[in-house]
Design a protein around this ligand. Sequence first.
Ligand code: GLV
Ligand code: MN
Ligand code: MN
Length: 456
Amino acid sequence: MRPAHRTHAALPRGAAAPATAGEGAAAGTGPAGVDPFAARVARAVDPARLQARQRGLAAHGGVATGGVARQALTEEELAARRWLAQDFAVRPGYRIGIDAAANVHLRREGADPSLAPVLTGSHVDTQPLGGWLDGAFGVVAGLEVFAALDAAGARTRRPIDVVMWTNEEGSRFAPGLMGSASYAEPARLAQFLPVADAAGVRFETARDAAVADLNEAARREGWAWMDTPLAAPVHAYIEAHIEQGPVLEALGLQVGCVTAIQGVRWFRVVIAGRSAHAGTTPLAARDDAQAKAVHMAHALLSHAETCGDERLRLTIGRWQCSPGSINTVADQVAFTVDARHPEAAALDTVQALMERCLPAGGRIELLQDKPTVHFDAGLVALARQACAGLGLSHHDMLSGAFHDAMPMAAFCPTAMLFAPSIGGVSHHPAEDTQIDDLAACTRALAWCLAELAGPA
Ligand code: GLV
Ligand code: MN
Ligand code: MN
């Protein structure tokens, strides 16, 4: 296995190389700057087929009252992965594999098997109750590009892989991005294996079950198999995703060309006290973990509200109290803090405030610390060219959410394309995007993948 940092020595950053041989180069880019091969593949994207697959995926873990409950490596997620794979894994020219982090790789072969693949994809795990598009769209968009390539009878020089990354959300096993982080940096996997979910199931156990499940499906269905080592060389990674925020809708634009992802730190704060009777114990005689935690949380939220920096995001998303009885003073409270900002100094300020406000005997665990990531300038330029070539209105932007593209950006040339989110809503059952916007983003993705993989 070649170390990740050497994998792309031949491909300087800022210069993710579109293919230059074959149909595209022979025909050249015409006076309008349109690459005929990429344009042909992009035109073959079918909004109805895209929507049908997106809807079919939402049925896996779909909740009758709205939303999708399909957390990482649950039965629902494994069934969704098999369902997505089955249409393509039976076709000639496709192969499937699963790596040591349980990332599923579905490959459309290229004419030159010695070349590193172009990767796309995202995640199909959701929040405990999430929407139908977060992550799911990026995988379905990649599969729609496969369908478009097949419909157009297009052969590429490089292979193209659609990857379903494991545990992007981090809501079942913390932190998030376990699959893509392990792919980009295999040494990370050992840290993730012992992590347990709320029911005590280890990530390692869930990972083993997912690997066995896909192996068994492939054997049963006769899918062509491939070995998929972590950190295998990748030519470029480009991920489509819904924006999950309000920017594109407010500007009335179809596609976001993502230049960077803002930094994020996750903390778990644990505060100890002593349980006591709620009716008999005077306030002055208590060591109330709940009261101390509320004071600390209040200080953090007040900072976020009054510091005057509208780019700061601070969320206390989980709160656990023991023994959790209405008439007993709490002996332990644990809560999480999700802090985000494009500049590390703002996150340092939040962290310093947390340390200052931490009550005696408490502790702060840093669950993840991801600095702001800047995407590959050459790939972002290609995303813009794709939008221009397809006549799509577009805009350079920063991602507020983290994505699998974050760890991948340290491994290979990486960029993202965003589709607008209606009302900016995400991590909520009401999450939605107009089908025309999903199709537009998928066309831009198809263009980029066709350029990067090149005509055979
Ligand atoms: C990903 O879901 C994030 O929290 O940014
Ligand atoms: Mn996502
Ligand atoms: Mn998410």
